[in-house]
Ligand binder design. Structure first.
Ligand code: HEM
Length: 469
């Protein structure tokens, strides 16, 4: 009896930390085990976060994913630590609806197609510099492409010293903000308060002139705050530049945002503009580069599928590579969708109940957080034949419903940048595989690892490449 109670207490105290460690090490395996132990609505406790119910029952997932603002709130699962509360991803109800209306046009298929030539130019330039004859982690060049694409297409920053400073700062900020300083601060203060403290500490660096020399502090949290302040100062200078040039003369997302008006005729405030811009970097950088790596991982291990991708690109791009025509690369699109089914970089999307609800035989109170497990649903044996096999053909025959294939989330909060990411991924993969032979490193067995809010291939996907002569 005594031993049992001791065991229970030990479990109670350390399970949330153990879960956090196991998720970081092998998120997909952790979720498989959780479903085996806890069923289709399994309780998950993680250190520093409220308890979450992980749902992998298809009909319940569909019901929640397609639910409305009055039934559910978005639960951002710790994102509060990294972005400002004004950012779209942290908003609900009318506030969210109005912002989506304002931002959607900048990310629709037509706007995204206009970014194709810039995406192609950047992809080719970074691929030109791939190291030959050695094994290297592919994540590096993929991150390089996605960050350059974001700065050029979203912020409209031309390459040069300003571009390089902003690029380096954003990368350092993202590395530090997902590191131990902020995680510890978030655990002590709550994520929202930790971000507010960071913003307060960033004021000095933000107030300095954007062309003044910049030396960030070395102190634990201050070093992150200084970078955040400097990024804000540089972005403000970009906003001023865009206003001076005339936003109607430019086609980047910043210019579109400066031109856009809410229903009452008001523009977005400068503070909000900064919050949305930084959120777009966080939303688009790691997500796209890791998804690119997972697609490469799948294709290099399936030579027949890869041969079909190459043949399709050669046929569609006869007479020269035209980025607008990547939308005709149907098989490549299917291969990307299938790799995102097997390896979603976001293991789940979370919602908070606004009203008490009965789900899967359980009465749940308002405030309960439910994580819809993207990974478990996308490998559910009752939804997919051979759920663990890579079969792009299944995505060609019939587009799966949004409730069973949702690597970009779903419903009113579905990823704003989905079309942007898909277009970029098609361009990068089409160029990579028609310009290079890519080989997996046989020494390295790939498994998923969780870093921050995303799951990527271990070791950053080590590969060797050789140019196709
Ligand atoms: C392959 C790449 C990407 C993946 C897998 C991905 C995935 C996701 C997921 C799962 C969500 C949460 C959706 C939900 O809760 O239902 C999300 C939200 C979001 N993503 Fe992405 N994303 C990607 C690329 C991008 C890009 C390139 C951008 C912008 C440049 C972006 C901007 C956003 C924004 C702003 C949100 C919040 C939407 C809202 O709250 O209304 N994402 N993304």
């Amino acid at each position: 009896m005594f031993l049992q109670s001791l065991r229970d207490r030990w479990h109670e105290a350390f399970e949330p930390i153990g879960n956090l460690v196991q998720i970081a090490r092998e998120p997909y395996r952790f979720l498989d085990d959780l479903r085996r132990r806890g069923g289709e609505l399994a309780e998950l406790r993680m250190a520093g976060m409220p308890p979450v119910l992980v749902c992998s029952e298809p009909e319940t997932v569909r019901q929640i994913l397609t639910g409305s603002y009055d039934q559910f709130e978005r639960h951002a699962g710790g994102v509060e630590l990294f972005v400002d509360p004004l950012a779209l991803i942290l908003t609900d109800d009318d506030h969210h609806r109005q912002r989506r209306k304002l931002l959607n046009p900048a990310f629709n298929a037509e706007s995204v197609r206009a970014f194709g030539p810039t995406m192609l130019e950047i992809a080719d330039r970074v691929l030109d510099g791939l190291p030959l004859g050695i094994t290297f982690p592919l994540i590096g060049p993929m991150q390089d492409i996605t960050m350059r694409v974001i700065l050029r297409c979203l912020f409209g920053v031309a390459e040069g010293p300003r571009f390089e400073e902003l690029r380096a700062l954003v990368i350092e900020y993202l590395q530090l903000v997902f590191g131990p300083d902020m995680v510890a601060l978030g655990a002590v203060l709550t994520p929202t308060r930790a971000h507010a403290a960071l913003t307060r500490l960033s004021r000095r660096a933000r107030a300095a002139a954007p062309n003044a020399p910049f030396t960030p502090s070395r102190l634990p949290v201050q070093r992150i705050a200084d970078r955040l302040g400097r990024i804000h100062a540089l972005l403000e200078a970009e906003i001023d530049r865009c206003l001076a040039e005339g936003p109607e003369t430019r086609s980047d997302v910043l210019a579109l945002m400066l031109r856009a008006r809410f229903a009452d005729g008001q523009p977005m405030s400068r503070e909000e503009l900064l919050a949305q811009l930084l959120m777009l970097v966080i939303g688009g950088y790691e997500t796209t580069s890791l998804s690119l790596c997972w697609a490469v991982h799948c294709l290099v291990r399936h030579p027949e599928a890869l041969a079909r991708v190459r043949a399709e690109v050669a046929q569609v791009m006869q007479g020269g590579f035209d980025p607008a025509r990547v939308r005709d690369l149907h098989y490549l699109g299917a291969a990307i969708a299938e790799s995102m089914r097997l390896y979603p970089i976001g293991i789940g999307v979370s919602r908070r109940l606004r009203k008490p609800m009965r789900l899967l035989g359980r009465d749940l109170s308002a405030g309960t957080v439910i994580m819809l497990s993207v990974y478990l649903i996308q490998r559910h044996p009752s939804l997919w034949s051979e759920p663990d096999a890579f079969k792009p053909e299944r995505m060609l025959d019939r587009k799966p419903s949004a409730a069973v294939h949702f690597p970009f989330g779903g419903g009113v909060w579905r990823c704003l940048g989905a079309a942007f990411a898909e277009h970029e991924m098609r361009i990068v993969l089409a160029r990579l595989f028609t310009r290079f032979v890519v080989e997996a490193d046989p020494e390295h067995k790939i498994h998923a690892q969780q870093k921050g809010i995303t799951a990527g291939p271990s070791g950053g996907l080590p590969v060797r490449v050789a140019p196709i002569s």
